[in-house]
Design a protein around this ligand. Structure first.
Ligand code: 16G
Length: 248
């Protein structure tokens, strides 16, 4: 059993979150399982109930757990939560839930930037871009279709990369030295078209979420403009807001 260390620089609630994530990842806790109460976790790991509560609440907010009034806290079944706080990629989001991400490349080719895309990527219309059309899955279940338009000098080298076995964000960072640092994202409700429904294996007209994300690397340089279609029934987007003090 993974322990919680008193003299670790990591806060105890954070260590407990990692312990619980590991239990999901390893399959010890399965979707629909009731997790131990705050008191039980506190006793088991030698921490306060408050600390246990904080860890549970954060995993509820991240979508890994859900609460049922009067019954307790359970391991979530289907919905994947994408946090709109930290910039993460699909692979990271799915792995954080203890599921196995995979990718099917629908197409990968060089294209010329149209007017709208050129504007998003701050380049001239007609510039060569790498276009990647992917189906993204978790534990072999289709979740989203993503179309990424990628722009940097030498982006055609991506044609030679294995984009089914590698995370795009990771390749950009480690191979090309272009870490994704910031992103803007729009969300819009919609209904699955014939083609989308077929690829996502859902009925035509099912609710979907359309997203448009522009990702920036260092010095505010756009590197990716991605248009995606997420299954509405399988995804939650989570954000946390606070009222900032108005500056005088
Ligand atoms: C996310 C991004 C997508 C990006 C991908 C990278 C949205 C709407 N989209 O799915 O733009 O290409 O992550 O994931 O969230 P990867 O590193 O697993 O390839």
């Amino acid at each position: 059993m993974r322990a919680i260390f008193r003299n670790s620089p990591l806060p105890r609630y954070y260590q407990l979150k990692e312990v619980m994530r590991e239990k999901i990842r390893s399959g010890e806790w399965k979707p629909g399982d009731l997790i131990p109460s705050e008191r039980e976790l506190g006793e088991q790991y030698g921490i306060s109930r408050m600390t246990a509560r904080q860890a549970i609440t954060e995993l509820v907010n991240e979508g890994l757990f859900y609460r049922e009034q009067g019954k307790g806290t359970f391991v979530s079944r289907h919905k994947i939560t994408q946090q709109l706080i930290r910039l993460t990629g699909f692979t990271e989001d799915i792995q954080a839930r203890g599921q196995r991400p995979s990718t099917k490349t629908l197409s990968a080719q060089m294209v010329l930037a149209d007017e709208a895309t050129a504007e998003r990527l701050h380049v001239k219309q007609g510039r060569q871009l790498f276009r990647l059309h992917r189906l993204r899955l978790a534990d072999d279940e289709p979740l989203a279709i993503e179309t990424s338009l990628i722009c940097f000098i030498g982006c055609e080298k991506l044609l030679e990369d294995d984009l089914e076995q590698n995370s795009l964000y990771q390749l950009l960072e480690t191979k090309y030295g272009l870490p994704p640092i910031e992103a803007e994202q729009e969300l819009e409700a919609g209904l699955a078209s014939n083609d989308e429904a077929q690829v996502l294996r859902i009925p035509v007209g099912s609710p979907v979420l359309f997203t448009r994300r522009t990702t920036y690397t260092e010095r505010n340089q756009p590197i990716e403009y991605a248009k995606s279609v997420y299954c509405g029934s399988k995804y939650t987007f989570y954000t946390r807001m606070n009222r900032e003090q108005l500056l005088p």
